[in-house]
Every structure is written in C-alpha cells, then in structure tokens.
Design a protein around this ligand. Structure first.
Ligand code: B12
Ligand code: SF4
Length: 439
C-alpha cells in the first residue's frame, strides 16, 4: 500500500506550470526514509481524475498543499475525497499553517501541519502517536504539543529537492521576461525573510509561527546546481529565495564558489531594490562575472508614500532607480513586481506606477491586482475600513479583486491590469483609454 498521496493545488494566476519547493522537499525527505509518495498536480489533472487515481492507489494518507488562493478548491476537493475514500486527510502549506483551526472546521480536513512538513509527515507515516508530533493540529483541541510548530532548523539535514514528482513542463518553465524565451529551473537556497511588508505573510510567519530565516550551506547549493545542470537541459537557474543576496557575505561566497567550481550557467533571483542599491560595486561585478543574468525586484507602486507608509516597505524611488540602473550598467536584466487596485488609488495613480516602471527601465514588469492576504496587517486595516468584500471568492489575482473600490468598478480593474501587462514598456494613456470606453 503506498504511503502518501500528495496533492499540489496549482491552478490559477500563473500562465505557466511551476514546481512547488515544499512538495519537492517533502517528497525527497519521505523517500529518503523509505516511504512511497505519489504527487498529483491540479495544473494537469482534473479533480475527478485525481480522486479516481487516489481511490485506485488506496494510500495510507492524503496530503493537500495549499495557499490561500487555492484553499476554496482544496476544501471542495477534500470534501469529495472524504466521501470517496476513508483515510486521514492532512492539510499543509502557508495557509493551513497560519489558519489551522479555520481549516480543521471544514469537512474533509482531519489534520493540519503547522510549519514544515518533512519531519512531521515522516513521524505520521511511522505511526508516531499524534500527541508526540510537534506542529500537528487535530480536530480535538486537546493535544499538549499542538501549539508548537513543525520546523526544520537546519536545512542541510534535508536531501535535495525531488524533481521527479513534477512533469517536465513544470520543472523547466519557459517564459520571456523581456529578453527572449528562456528555459528556467527553480532552485531554493534559503527559507524566510526578515522584513515586515504589510501585504506579505513573512511577518506573520515570524510572529505567529516563530519561524526564523534559514540558509543552506553554499557548498551544498553548488553541489546541487552541478547535479541539476547535468540532469536537465535549460538556460538558467532561478532562485526562489525571498531575497537571495540579503546576506552580502554569503552572496560573495556563492559567487566565488560558483566561478571556482565552474557551474557555468546563468542564474537569476529575487531581491529587494534597497538591497541591490546597497551592494558594493565589487559584489555587483562578481554576480555578473559568476553568471547572474537577471534580478527580479518588488517595486510595488510608483507612489513612495504608499510604498513606505501603507505597505511598510521602506524603499525610496531613488533607491529603486539606482538599483535598476546598477543592474543595467553591468547588463543584468531586470523585472519589477507591481500591485494596482489600492482602494485609495485613482486611475492617475495607476498611470504613475506604470510610468515609474518605464522610468526605471525595467526589462519586464509584472502587474497584479491587490489581494490582501488573510492575517496580514494590510488585510486587517482594509477589513476594518470595510474595503474587503468577504462574499467574493477570487481564485485568480490577475482577473479578480476582493476590494470594494470606491471609484473604479470591479470589472474595469482586471481590464486595466491586462492593458498594463500587455503594453509594457510602450507608453500608454490610461485616463484616455478609460474615458473613451476602451477599458
Ligand atoms: C518561491 C515562492 C513561489 C514560487 C514557487 C511556488 C511554490 N508553490 O513553491 C512561485 C513563483 C511559482 C510562486 C507562485 C505563487 N505564489 Co509564492 N511564494 C514563494 C515564497 C517566496 C517561498 C515559498 C517556498 O518555496 N518556501 C519554502 C518551502 C519549502 O516551503 P513551503 O512551500 O511553505 O512548504 C513547506 C510547508 O508549508 C509544508 N507544506 C507544504 N505543503 C504541505 C502539504 C502537506 C500535506 C504538509 C503536511 C505540509 C506541507 O511543508 C513544506 C516543506 O517544509 C513564498 C513566501 C513564503 N515565505 O512562503 C511565497 C508565497 C507562498 N507565495 C504566495 C503567493 C500568493 C503565490 C501565488 C498565488 C502568486 C501568484 N499571483 O501567482 C502563486 C501560487 C503558486 C502555487 N500554486 O503555489 C504567498 C501565499 C500567501 C498565502 N497566504 O496564501 C506567499 C506566502 C508570499 C506572500 N505574498 O506572502 N511562489
Ligand atoms: S521583502 Fe519581500 S518577502 Fe520580505 S516581507 Fe517584504 S514582500 Fe515579503
């Protein structure tokens, strides 16, 4: 009998398939402990087909990994599964970790993992009594240990990701971020972020889950990269770490080893503009020399006041301009992440965000609609101010908004977003487009 059927909720906003670092890590660890794991991905499989396959497999346990946006789908799927097969269903991932009780109140959710799933699932599959498993929440709120979290303190104790559970199109995602189509492979070298932006879950992860920032040893990261380079055919690595160069000393060590051990492959990563702005010239040059081909940065909005005061992201326009310029100087491609649809925002403000992206000369810009995540400071503020329409179920941040916008109607915002997305970097006049009924 297989041990675990693990479902990866992966439909929604992204227009391309992608892997899950969490699922890859869980699978690698459980397999290293001799357990059999089968992964089902909703990007490729319908619910009916997943249920049919799981019923044939008859696993000991079913695991569902979900973010908030996928949670509605996760609940309907687990409810139907519960009717079809009588095995425990455990929820894990960022949303269940932050809202375990909310999940356990739903039919079809027997257990919740709060925190990292690797050790917890191993203990469960080894039939460790529930009350001895840290981070395990059950329907009965009487376990002494359920307030603690499941945490992998040292990432070096984990095996490398198991890419074999994903389809090839997810492992190698092909997209054009302004410099032609590239085949990209995701890799992770750390977990967590020390900043506290009001729209992001990292502050809650640190506060509620008491999870610390954790890094892998550079030596091990390079070993994994060399292995992957020979296993798959692709153009560049992309680090999914929240802020790959947060620790400058570590970034220097990475560049040195990357060159010395001849990885010879382009790579890209996510970073804050103020981090890039603050890097020494020597490190920027080393990154380029090592093979850094792109840096994606959160600009969020063209309004510095909103960025700093509302979003609690203390990055100035000047720092952003400087960060993008420094990359351009050494020919590192850039992409920016932007949010539109704040309740106080006007069409003119959105135009400003768009124009700011042109001004910083981002090679590519992502635009998404504001979706305040439950538990965040921004969510609490907008909930208090009655800007959130709780009756709305939005399963795609590009096409729908839960915001009750006082001046821009619900249908227009997604049209504006796609107008920005498809026109960038050409100049546009949003006010005219709205006035003349184009949007
Ligand atoms: C890398 C990353 C991505 C990558 C890879 C996504 C992926 N699925 O791995 C990409 C760019 C593709 C991506 C896409 C999206 N992301 Co993202 N992403 C991240 C980031 C920065 C790191 C995630 C990560 O790799 N962590 C390390 C791994 C090991 O941790 P993990 O995935 O949480 O898994 C562990 C535990 O949660 C647990 N676990 C997970 N699943 C299960 C299942 C079971 C059964 C059990 C027991 C345990 C368990 O065990 C795992 C191993 O320890 C986080 C920030 C963060 N701090 O989480 C945002 C984050 C997860 N992303 C977020 C969002 C919103 C998205 C998108 C919806 C964005 C969009 N508009 O498209 C999509 C959704 C994609 C999807 N289907 O999951 C939000 C989610 C917020 C929320 N409350 O739901 C986060 C938290 C950022 C934020 N804004 O706060 N993302
Ligand atoms: S810097 Fe990025 S990952 Fe860190 S808290 Fe802010 S938005 Fe989240």
């Amino acid at each position: 009998m297989p041990d675990l059927a693990l479902i990866y909720l992966n439909d929604g906003p992204a227009s391309y398939a992608q892997i899950s670092i969490g699922i890859g890590s869980i699978s690698a660890y459980l397999r290293s402990k001799g357990h059999q794991v089968f992964v089902f991905d909703t990007y490729y499989d319908s619910d009916a087909s997943i249920i049919e396959k799981i019923c044939c497999l008859q696993p000991k346990m079913i695991g569902i990994s979900t973010t908030e946006i996928h949670s509605y789908h996760a609940f309907t799927l687990s409810e139907t599964l519960k009717d079809s097969i009588n095995v425990p269903i455990i929820f894990g991932g960022i949303f269940p970790s932050l809202f375990p009780r909310y999940c356990l109140n739903r039919i079809g959710v027997d257990l919740v993992c709060v925190g990292d799933g690797e050790f917890l699932l191993n203990q469960l599959l080894n039939e460790t009594p529930y009350d001895q498993i840290h981070g395990l929440w059950t329907k009965e709120d009487n376990l002494g240990v359920d307030r603690q979290i499941a945490q992998v303190d040292c990432l070096d104790n984990l095996p490398w990701l198991d890419y074999t559970v994903f389809r090839y199109n997810s492992i190698i995602s092909v997209n054009d971020f302004g410099d032609g189509y590239k085949r990209r492979l995701f890799i992770s070298s750390s977990r967590g972020c020390n900043y506290s932006c009001s729209f992001c879950c990292n502050r809650e992860i640190r506060k509620k889950l008491k999870q610390k920032m954790r890094y892998r040893r550079i030596n091990d990261v390079i070993d994994e990269m060399l292995f992957l380079k020979h296993k798959f055919s692709f153009d560049e690595f992309f680090f999914t770490d929240e802020n790959f160069i947060f620790n400058e000393h570590r970034a220097r060590e990475f560049c040195a080893q990357y060159i010395e051990r001849r990885v010879n492959k382009h790579f890209g990563f996510l970073a804050r503009p103020d981090t890039v702005c603050g890097l020494s010239d020597a490190l920027i040059n080393d990154l380029k020399l090592a093979g850094c081909s792109r840096i994606h940065m959160g600009v969020e909005t063209g309004d510095e006041e909103i960025r700093k005061n509302l979003l609690n992201k203390h990055v100035s326009d000047k720092e952003i301009l400087n960060a993008f310029e420094r990359c351009r100087k050494v020919d590192i491609k850039t992409a920016s992440f932007n949010i539109i649809g704040f309740p106080t925002e006007t069409i003119e403000d959105i135009q400003r965000t768009y124009d700011f992206n042109i001004e910083i000369k981002a090679d590519y810009a992502f635009f998404s609609l504001l979706y305040p995540l439950k538990g965040t400071k921004l969510y609490r503020k907008y909930r208090r101010e009655d800007y959130i329409d709780t009756s709305q179920i939005v399963d795609n941040y590009f096409h729908g908004s839960i915001i009750r916008h006082p001046t821009i109607n619900r249908e227009t915002l997604p049209k504006i977003r796609s107008h920005l997305q498809s026109n960038f970097p050409q100049s546009i006049n949003l006010m005219d487009a709205v006035k003349y009924g184009e949007l």
